[in-house]
Design a binder for this molecule. Structure first.
Ligand code: HEC
Length: 275
């Protein structure tokens, strides 16, 4: 029978001793392997239990018993109290780095119904893009890129409702090249209405959603840009015959249009028998 050497024996004793201490610590610190509703023992509580009021909890301090304090009357949300967007813009201009700051402040206040909701003081949709949005070539190009990303899948790059998804959608998206979307006397022809559909989607009379809204992807500025681009798409089909187009450009466009419109029957319906 082998006997352990004295050194080995003391090493075993030390390991056992250490294991015992670990177990004791685990037991004391509440790590006993069973579940308990009691708060754990905290050997080093640090800042575990800092005094605080939880939202929605009752307060004995305030007379109305509410822990969450209502905003002071007349308070408006904004990031920096000394930030005056008008003065800031005058000083730095709407430069790349300053522009988003100025815009985000304006976006927080949302004090312009025409710009943020596309409606006038009576709540009616605006006939035209509000004056706060300057319609420039850049805006239209921005609208083109947003439209091609977010709308063309259903509405088609030409706005004729023949996008890849649109052709397979339960309801064929309408073509924008109809009077009902051009004539601002009709509700659906107003810029404010198209802005609203772009951001909030479309619902039928029963409240069922017919088109998803894109407010998550299109800021108000972008939605107005899309409206401007839809107007450009429409104009591409209507102004070619008018004197708004310089004569040489007009001849060129007419020649191209005629070349694009063969007498041959239109290509077969890619709708797969859908509506
Ligand atoms: C997923 C497919 C889809 C996408 C993407 C989509 N639409 Fe639509 N849209 C539809 C359908 C479908 C309809 C027709 C709904 C109906 O009449 O029942 C429609 C209708 C519309 C109408 C006409 C509303 C009316 O009252 O007649 C407008 C304007 C419109 N969409 C704008 C947009 C714009 C702008 C975008 C991009 C930001 C966009 N849509 C993206 C599917 C889509």
């Amino acid at each position: 029978m082998t006997t352990l050497l004295p050194t080995t024996r003391s090493r075993v004793a030390r390991v056992l001793c250490a294991a015992g201490v670990c177990l004791a610590v685990a037991a004391l610190s509440g790590c006993r392997g069973d579940r308990s509703d009691n708060p754990p023992r905290q050997i080093l509580p640090d800042m575990d239990d800092s005094p605080k009021w939880k939202p929605q909890s009752e307060s004995a301090f305030f007379a109305d018993g509410r822990t969450m304090r209502p905003a002071v009357e007349g308070a408006v949300a904004f990031g920096r109290y000394d930030f005056d967007p008008v003065a800031f813009e005058a000083k730095y201009g709407h430069e790349d780095w300053a522009g988003p700051l100025i815009d985000s402040r304006k976006d927080l206040l949302r004090e312009d119904d025409a710009f943020y909701r596309g409606v006038d003081a009576q709540g009616d949709f605006l006939n035209t893009i509000p004056p706060s949005v300057e319609v420039t070539r850049d805006l239209v190009l921005r609208g083109q890129s947003r439209f091609n990303i977010y709308c063309s899948a259903c509405h088609g790059y030409l706005g004729d409702g023949r996008g890849m998804v649109g052709d397979r959608w339960i309801t064929q998206p309408p073509s924008y090249h109809q009077d009902k979307y051009r004539d601002p006397v009709q509700r659906t022809g107003k810029d404010g209405y198209i802005f609203d559909v772009a951001r909030n989607g479309m619902f039928d009379a029963t409240g069922a959603q017919k088109m998803p809204g894109y407010a998550h992807a299109l800021s108000e500025r972008d939605a107005w840009a899309v409206v401007a681009y839809i107007r450009a798409l429409q104009a591409s089909r209507t102004t070619i015959d008018s004197d708004q187009v310089p004569e040489d450009v007009r001849q060129d466009l007419l020649a191209r249009r005629d070349a694009d419109a063969p007498d041959a029957p239109t290509p077969p319906d890619s709708n797969g028998g859908g509506p």
